[in-house]
Every structure is written in structure tokens, then in C-alpha cells.
Design a protein around this ligand. Structure first.
Ligand SMILES: [Zn+2]
Length: 107
């Protein structure tokens, strides 16, 4: 079942209380920061990492928070059919779209 993306704001949080927060700082977050990699670069690096081409299983974001590829891949089913919420504007590349694609492929 498809996962969809919305922009995470206080308004969308109220309207979509069931949406899954996938922003940086959650287990679903992108350790690759757009300020270092660029918008598309951060999304691409995250996708490569989840595909196994982006280095070690555990990656840290610039704040030192850890993200595990195995944890993400093992729990993708939790995102099936859910709305994914990230602060990125919906017209910009976002790692949530990669997560949504992986959920679709896995289901
Ligand atoms: Zn995003």
C-alpha cells in the first residue's frame, strides 16, 4: 500500500494526527543534511545508503544523532498506507519520497 508525503507544519499535524513524522531526529530521518549535500544530493545520498551503497549501517547527522539502515529497512511495513510528514516543502526533493518508494516496492 502506498505511503504519501505531506509537509510537516503545526497545521498539518492537527489535520493529520495519524501522519508519521519522518523528519531528522526520528528513526526515519535523513542523516545526510541538505546544508552539506544540497537538496537533491542529500536525498540521493540517503537513497544510496538505504540501497547499501552509502557506507556503514549506522550514520550520524550533523547533530550526532544515529540512524540505522537495518532499523529503517526492517520496519518499513510500519509506513505502509501511512502519510509521511517531513518539514520539506512538497515541491522539493525529500527523503520521504524514497521511503514511500521503498514501502511500495516492499509491499
Ligand atoms: Zn524531507
Amino acid at each position: 500500500m502506498n505511503a504519501q508525503r505531506i509537509r510537516l507544519t503545526s497545521t498539518t499535524r492537527r489535520r493529520h494526527p495519524d501522519a508519521v513524522d519522518v523528519a531528522r531526529g526520528t528513526r526515519w530521518g535523513n542523516p545526510f543534511d541538505w546544508r552539506m549535500y544540497g537538496l537533491q544530493g542529500a536525498v540521493d545520498a540517503h537513497a544510496a545508503w538505504l540501497a547499501g551503497d552509502g557506507g556503514p549501517d549506522i550514520r550520524h547527522d550533523p547533530q550526532g544523532r544515529a540512524y540505522s539502515r537495518a532499523d529503517v529497512l526492517d520496519n518499513l511495513d510500519q509506513l505502509a498506507g501511512r502519510t509521511l510528514a517531513c518539514p520539506c516543502p512538497t515541491n522539493r526533493p525529500c527523503h520521504a519520497d524514497t521511503l514511500a518508494r521503498l514501502v511500495e516496492k516492499a509491499s
